[in-house]
Design a protein around this ligand. Structure first.
Ligand code: G3I
Length: 388
């Protein structure tokens, strides 16, 4: 019988070196002994009492980070920092369809297993990302989904990837970025391959199959463009609320993932954000901040000024977001600037300087953004136990 997938399950008593505090002691939240009864024999690095995960846990919040398999495999400094600072890890791309089934019918999980196994071996939770996403699809999926048996292929993909991790991941972003107002489709649904092949009901279908594929996992809808005071974001918030209302009524969704790809210079109006978070909470949903980073590309290259502006912008957002007690998780889209998508093609700074969008710099030193997140976590109202 698969134990219920909740955070306490994956923070087992760590009986390694008796001189090291167990993760339970450090997190100070009385995390239940793992339902598995598993004992983690080795910890890459002891969690720090003042680390972000420990601070978050004292408020009933879970903090973690996304990581890519390559830097995780090769960078021991990053491994140690993740173990010190995080309570949950998310593979940044390795569980996406384009990675798990590049050849139709052949499923490969070596890279995603590396991330998930590392997390669990070190007493961290693992969170799944983007079972159904219009990007990063296998090349063969476009035609296959439009065949007569396309729906069965869609279902089988969900069953395969969630079945592979059944009982080991606390939750999944089942559908990612399905709303795109500018596509002009009723309900604001993105005119994606899935929409073309299966119609707008593909979203409900995905959650229905996901619920069966791993009953122990919490199921999230995840999206960006929900954070700021702009006409685009406002329309998107309304469309997402409508989508969530229907899914919630059907008992298919447990939470909303707000990606939080923040950008210095965007207009943040606290009352707008507060209202939206309240409306989601009123649906009885958990809220996870799933991909927080702060894009500094509008700022001059000066590092101290950039770091200060990034931290200030994040504080304005987190002051509001963490004040809503339905917000139970905060995941940064990377822990260190060494592993961020914002240095990638099409997103990198015009001056060629690397982005400074994450809590730690490339040598794992804590930046002003780390201190801001720590301060905002310390000030957050205490949640009902994450175990409820
Ligand atoms: O690590 C391999 C490398 O070994 C190989 O040589 C190279 C060329 O094939 O690919 C490298 O992997 C790439 C990886 O980024 C590196 O981190 C993958 O191909 C590439 O697909 C992957 O891109 C990811 C992108 O989603 C598309 O899946 C980014 O890491 C990831 O940060 C980004 O994350 C998205 C979220 O899923 C959704 N929200 C937006 C966010 C940012 O775009």
């Amino acid at each position: 019988m698969t134990p219920p997938a909740t955070f306490e399950r994956v923070a087992p008593d760590i009986i390694s070196d008796p001189r090291r505090p167990s993760r339970r002691a450090v997190l100070g939240t009385g995390l239940a002994t793992a339902a598995w009864g598993r004992t983690v024999r080795k910890v890459e690095a002891a969690p720090e009492p003042d680390g972000l995960a420990a601070r978050a846990a004292r408020r009933g919040i879970v903090y973690g980070a996304a990581v890519s398999s390559e830097p995780l495999r090769t960078n021991r400094m990053l491994q140690a920092a993740l173990a010190r600072e995080c309570a949950v890890i998310v593979p940044s791309f390795e569980t996406k369809w384009g990675q798990t089934e590049q050849t139709r019918g052949t499923h490969t999980y070596a890279r995603s297993d590396l991330v998930v196994d590392w997390a669990i071996r070190n007493g961290l939770a693992a969170r799944g990302h983007a079972v159904i996403w219009y990007r990063n699809l296998p090349a063969w999926a476009g035609d296959a989904l439009k065949e007569a048996g396309g729906a069965a292929i869609f279902d089988e993909h969900i069953r395969q990837v969630m079945g592979h991790y059944k009982g080991r991941l606390v939750e999944w972003d089942v559908v990612n970025e399905a709303i795109e107002i500018s596509d002009g489709v009723p309900g604001g649904v993105r005119h994606s391959l899935f929409y073309e092949a299966l119609g707008p009901d593909y979203i409900t279908r995905a959650f229905t199959v996901a619920r069966e594929a791993d009953p122990s996992a919490r199921l999230f809808y995840n999206d960006y463009g929900l954070e700021y005071d702009s006409p685009y974001d406002e329309q998107k918030r309304n469309a997402v609320l409508r989508l969530l209302t229907g899914l919630r009524r059907a008992g298919l969704v447990d939470g909303l993932g707000i990606q939080c790809h923040l950008k210095v210079g965007n207009r943040l109006t606290p009352e707008v954000l507060r209202r939206f978070l309240g409306e989601v909470a009123a649906l009885g949903l958990r809220i996870a901040l799933t991909e927080l980073d702060v894009n500094d590309s509008r700022l001059a290259a000066d590092v101290p000024l950039r770091d200060a502006s990034v931290a200030e912008h994040a504080k304005r957002f987190l002051d509001v977001a963490l004040d809503q007690t339905a917000v139970m998780e905060l995941v940064t889209w990377g822990l260190s600037d060494i592993d961020t998508w914002l240095n990638g093609k099409g997103f990198a700074r015009g001056d060629g300087q690397p982005s400074r969008c994450l809590p730690l710099d490339t040598t794992m030193q804590r930046k002003p953004l780390w201190h801001t997140i720590a301060m905002c976590l310390d000030a957050a109202p205490i949640r009902q136990s994450v175990f409820e």
